[in-house]
Design a protein around this ligand. Structure first.
Ligand SMILES: Cc1ncc(COP(=O)(O)O)c(C=O)c1O
Length: 463
């Protein structure tokens, strides 16, 4: 018997229906409460149903909800572009709006191609990405993504994008140790460029912290700087996909700010609208748009809803809230505390092999044996088990499990989370970890107060 006409993410797994949400909590129609420990999909950065944002939406809806971008410009979109340009480093001053992170990463790829065509370098076409990466679900963005799980169903349809090994220090794909590796993974870009011929490469695309496919893998110190130097030397554009990291999540406005590296383009999504509307953006350096505009004054991409006034006004209210409550600093401070808490939790749960991330984009990697870092067999689906166990206890966390990338779970609550809510999160996460450990026959949780050996490779990042 059909119970729904809505295509579900997993037809065999029924989900409760959400009734309301406020702050860090969500409520289903049966009255159950869930602590949003992952900002839903690392989106709800300022928490749910913030009255100031709801009021801004109502005000704008009362004035004008839609105006088509070839017929009118509009004040909220102009103002949002101005504010983002002011926040972005250097001359990243040209902003284009789309509706999703996937469209934004594709827009960045197209802009890179257009840029090189406008400079009479049409042979510069390749875009290099990384084996562990996620840039979106539309065919172009998925082609760029190293997320095997999400690629599987459309393998035959995807375009070829060369990829390099990720900077994955816990399981270095080059078999090196962080202390002595000399950032050899950054050199892999050089190798890929010479194999393809740098004259044929338009851009490289990286997430400053790999999210959905890596479980919060931060670029090691110096990596982004090296990449910038390499791109300059070889005349290749550098694109930071900051859909997950952008606008405060990592404790800085942009994930790339950690090294003060200015890319040629920044892609934003998720946290820009914080879940209040579907909106994303690509921000490009002025010389890129100048070159493109000199070749043609028609921007060759865009969607019906690009730069619509209702979404733009919503994002402006989100930006105001971020600034008024200093939530970027809060992400840094609360992230430092939560990270230390997760490391403490690892003393009691052998299943946690690694704790990592930046700001409030944190991840734990789950292992069958901490000493050897042995993974669970994929059929155990241990990250999914943890997500489910947490859900049953009333906590939302986000899976990032890949055969190549291990079993990780993202812990990324709203930047507004309070110390009491953090305690609540840790309590439920600890209980859920215990549930999973018992289910997969890992040692039962240590009694409180007993310390297991500390993590061996808990990379300390500049949070
Ligand atoms: C880094 C990154 N880029 C792009 C995307 C795609 O964004 P969207 O799902 O809004 O299309 C995501 C989504 O998780 C992401 O994390």
């Amino acid at each position: 018997m059909r119970t729904s006409n809505l295509i579900q993410p997993r037809s065999s797994v029924p989900r409760p229906s959400v009734a309301s949400a406020r702050g860090c909590y969500m409520y289903d129609t049966d009255g159950r409460r869930y602590l949003d420990g992952c900002s839903s999909a690392i989106v709800a950065n300022i928490g749910h149903s913030v009255p100031e944002v709801v009021a801004a939406i109502t005000r704008q809806a009362d004035a004008v909800t839609f105006a088509y971008r070839t017929q009118f410009t509009n004040h909220p979109a102009e103002e949002l572009a101005r504010r983002l340009a002011a926040l972005a480093p250097d001359d990243l001053d040209e902003v284009f709006f789309v509706n999703s992170g996937s469209e934004a990463t594709e827009a960045a790829a197209r802009l890179a191609w257009e840029y090189w065509r406008s400079r009479n370098r049409p042979e510069k076409r390749w875009i290099i990405t990384r084996h562990l990466s996620y840039h979106g679900m539309t065919l172009g963005a998925l082609s760029m993504s190293g997320h095997s799980g999400r690629r599987r169903s459309c393998e035959g349809l995807l375009h070829e994008f060369p990829a390099v090994p990720p900077a994955y220090c816990y399981r270095c794909p080059l078999g090196l140790e962080r202390a002595s590796c000399g950032l050899a993974c950054a050199e892999e870009w050089e190798r890929s460029l010479s194999r393809l011929g740098a004259a044929n490469v338009a851009a490289v695309v990286v997430e400053p912290v790999v999210g959905a496919s890596g479980g919060a893998l931060p670029a090691p110190d110096g990596y982004l700087t090296k990449l910038r130097e390499l791109c300059d030397r070889h005349e290749v554009l550098l694109v930071f996909d900051e859909v997950m990291t952008g606008l405060g999540r990592t404790g800085r406005w942009f994930g790339g700010d950690v090294e003060g590296v200015t890319p040629d383009m920044i892609v934003l999504g998720k946290g820009m609208s914080a879940g209040y509307t579907p909106m994303a953006a690509v921000i490009a350096r002025t010389p890129i748009m100048q070159a493109v505009a000199e070749a043609s004054d028609v921007a060759q991409f865009g969607h019906t809803y690009s730069a619509n006034p209702l979404s733009a006004a919503t994002c402006l209210a989100v930006l105001d809230y971020l600034e008024d409550h200093d939530l970027v600093s809060a992400a840094h401070e609360r992230g430092t505390v939560l990270r230390a808490d997760l490391e403490r939790l690892a003393f009691h749960h052998e299943i946690i092999g690694d704790v990592r991330g930046r700001g409030l984009l944190l991840g734990i990697e789950l292992v069958a044996d901490r000493a050897t870092r042995r993974r669970f067999p994929p059929e155990v689906q241990v990250a999914d088990r943890l997500v489910q166990a947490a859900f049953e206890r009333g906590l939302l966390v986000y899976p990032a499990a890949l055969p190549e990338g291990g079993d990780s779970v993202l812990i990324a609550p709203p930047l507004t989370i309070s110390p009491t809510e953090v305690d609540h999160l840790l309590l439920m996460l600890g209980q859920a970890l215990g549930d999973v450990e018992r289910a997969v026959s890992i040692a039962a949780p240590e009694p409180a107060g007993m310390h297991l050996s500390p993590l061996t490779n808990c990379e300390v990042n500049d949070a």
